[in-house]
Design a protein around this ligand. Structure first.
Ligand SMILES: [Zn+2]
Length: 695
């Protein structure tokens, strides 16, 4: 297929900015857009966020340069934080932010009500990694999906082929071990939730599998800058650089490398060297993009890596952004007539123009004013983002004017243009209507459900209201469960990388057996189930943490849903809405979902991964892993969650879910006994986050 170059939309280079000190390097090195965070969001502050004033300043400077500004509002909020989040969004509208990056399905609903014209991008925190996931964001009124970082080139191509909205792909920066939006590791270990922008990055600490390097949860940073033209040809809208926490020199080097990679087709060895010196973790990887997952993707920040980032490197990178980038073409027109005030007009391509009046020219005594002398003065645009593309002159004979007079007119014109470009263009923000909280009515007595990871299911569980079994369970086993009298729903895998077509086939297969209920942990899975007219039960992976997000679930026709296990019992009890709610109350909580099994880091790969695998922390605490579900591995908590003695304190919930993973049949039976007797073992269990909550 031949592609007409003119039809391809330019790939945007999107840079991170943790503060004003990173805005200048990003813009001057050639970013088309920047993304940043605001300290007002959900009342939490961080050193790497902008105050309201700085936000406005950033927008003005970026817009002067033709650079778009995306505001990251991509954390989950609680009911009592929604109004302050919406206040920030109202402010963002008032200062002409170009797009919002969002994760919270509840907030997205309100934003679509309050400011329908404001473009909203679905954050990578929404774990969208399939065509159906993108389709869902489109139906929610989002204009762009930021795809999961784990996708291969082939999978990205597949998604891009028919995408109804823009796509954004990470091209450089840190790789998390866990699929974004599915990580509860930091929350469980220290109450700092990655879903709320507070990740403490415990995965960079030593964790080891047998035969590994001892840093088996730490991946190298990704870099696919050499493939930018390829992404552009696929129709990807934006190339995202990770790193809002990183220093300005990193931002400059990464943007400059992207600019060069895209404009010139490759990055010079010199610039590539600067980029890896300023920050790397044992070099870079393109493993996910190339579909080559394995031990070569793992890496840590070594002493050599740290030493490489010395003052000499920083100084050489400063050169990249010392000066304004003169990249905005301006067409000038100069008229100098005898007896009239001279006039200089300037116009850019974005519709801004300015007319400056100067002095009445004098009679020339020696050399008369000519085009060459005028051009010399007017083309001096240093210190501004402008450059003179053309100058048309209408100069009378035998006239003279000092260079300073021409300079004054030029300066006035450029200032005038700059002022127009900086001018704030607010987006409309009207009211929004919040759903009532704290009003739940219970339609039925609380029951329990069980999620099984295999078909080792005892008849003791026959009094559960529903069981979830893997979608991939074969027909014979599913029929057996149905024959024994279980109410059966199938669980759509949380990670569906490149497997959507196969998953569709399996969904139709179980439908043919008479099973029409699914457990969906991803917006893509919700979309798939809807298209097959299946009954949907929402899972914890949807990260529903507030009443507005429950409204989203109601709107989708989801029958009932688990809430996020990052909520406290207190917060759960105050949720509103009418959709029946469930919570995980038993089992090992899933801490990570990763496409790169930690066992891969033993160098031999994980084709023999079994249930017996664990990963240990420095103190020898073991976290079990389940590998192999459609190419993803789940890392589970070291101890099981048990709330059986606290049922009285669980309020606002319609059903409890026992989430079994690595438990054997004895352990499953023991858990059921504890539930029935409202008791706990002496030790070796956790209450999860239901009492301590998250930051
Ligand atoms: Zn494995």
């Amino acid at each position: 297929m031949s592609i007409n170059k003119n039809q391809i939309k330019r790939l945007e280079i999107l840079a991170p900015a943790g503060g004003m000190e990173s805005i200048y390097p990003a813009v001057r090195a050639g970013a088309d857009a920047v993304y940043l965070g605001a300290s007002g969001f959900s009342a939490r502050s961080s050193a790497h966020n902008f105050t309201d004033e700085q936000l406005r300043e950033a927008v003005e400077y970026c817009h002067l340069n033709g650079t778009a500004v995306h505001l990251a509002c991509n954390t989950l909020v609680h009911d009592d934080e929604i109004d302050s989040a919406m206040k920030l969004i109202e402010y963002a509208c008032s200062i002409g932010i170009d797009a919002l990056i969002m994760q919270d399905l509840g907030l997205i609903r309100l934003v679509r009500q309050a400011c329908p014209d404001m473009p909203v991008h679905g954050s990578t925190q929404l774990s969208v990694h399939t065509p159906a996931g993108v389709e869902h964001l489109y139906r929610l009124g989002l204009t762009r999906a930021v795809l999961s970082r784990e996708l291969s080139k082939k999978e990205i191509e597949e998604i891009a082929k028919d995408s109804p909205i823009e796509l954004e792909v990470f091209v450089h920066g840190a790789l998390c071990m866990c699929v974004s939006g599915q990580c509860y590791f930091s929350a469980m270990l220290g109450s700092r939730s990655g879903n709320r922008g507070s990740c403490a990055q415990p995965c960079r600490l030593p964790f080891s599998v047998r035969g590994g390097t001892g840093h088996d949860l730490s991946l190298k940073d990704l870099s696919i800058i050499e493939h930018l033209r390829e992404l552009e040809e696929m129709g990807i809208a934006s190339a995202k650089i990770e790193g809002r926490m990183k220093r300005p020199e990193y931002v400059a080097a990464a943007v400059a490398a992207c600019r060069q990679g895209l404009d010139e087709g490759s990055v010079s060895p010199e610039l590539a060297e600067k980029l890896s010196s300023v920050f790397s973790r044992s070099g870079f990887t393109d493993g996910y993009y190339e579909g080559k997952i394995g031990s070569s993707m793992f890496g840590i920040r070594s002493k050599e890596n740290v030493a490489a980032a010395d003052s000499k490197i920083f100084a050489s990178i400063h050169e990249l952004y010392k000066k304004e980038r003169q990249h905005i073409p301006v067409d000038f027109c100069l008229t100098v007539k005898e007896g009239e005030k001279s006039i200089l007009t300037a116009a850019d391509d974005d519709g801004s123009s300015f007319v400056s009046e100067g002095m009445i020219p004098e009679k020339a005594i020696s050399t008369a004013l000519n085009r060459e002398r005028c051009e010399k003065s007017i083309s001096k645009t240093g210190g501004t983002p402008f450059w003179m593309r053309s100058l048309s002159c209408d100069i009378g004979e035998g006239l003279s004017m000092p260079a300073s007079a021409l300079n004054t007119m030029r300066t006035a014109c450029l200032n005038g243009l700059a002022e127009q470009r900086r001018k704030i263009r607010p987006a409309a923000f009207s009211g929004y209507e919040r759903a009532q909280t704290d009003t739940r009515r219970h339609i039925r007595p609380k029951n329990y459900r069980v999620r099984f990871a295999d078909d080792d299911i005892s008849d003791d569980f026959l009094d559960s209201e529903l069981i979830y079994v893997p979608l991939l369970t074969d027909d014979r086993r599913l029929n057996n469960l149905l024959d024994r009298g279980f109410a059966v729903a199938v669980e759509i895998p949380r990670g569906m990388f490149g497997a959507e077509k196969k998953i569709y086939r399996d969904m139709k297969r179980v439908q043919a057996l008479g099973i029409n209920e699914v457990l969906a942990n991803n917006v893509g899975a919700v979309e798939m189930a809807k298209s097959l007219d299946m009954d949907i039960h929402g899972g914890f992976g949807l990260n529903l943490t507030n009443t507005e997000s429950l409204k989203w679930a109601e709107k989708q026709g989801i029958m009932d849903t688990e809430v996020s296990f990052e909520l406290t019992l207190e917060q759960i009890s105050k949720l509103g809405g009418i959709i029946p709610l469930g919570m995980i109350s038993m089992g090992r909580l899933p801490l990570m979902l990763t496409r790169n099994c930690p066992v891969q880091n033993d160098g031999k790969g994980c084709q023999y991964c079994t249930y017996a695998h664990t990963i240990r922390d420095r103190k020898g605490i073991e976290f079990p892993m389940m590998c192999g579900m459609t190419g993803c591995t789940e890392i589970l908590n070291s101890v099981p969650l048990i709330l059986a003695d606290r049922t009285e304190e669980i309020r606002g919930i319609d059903f409890e879910v026992f989430r079994f993973s690595v438990e054997n049949s004895v352990e499953k039976g023991e858990n059921l006994r504890l539930y029935r007797q409202h008791s706990t073992p002496k030790d070796g269990f956790t209450r999860g986050l239901y009492y301590r909550g998250v930051e």
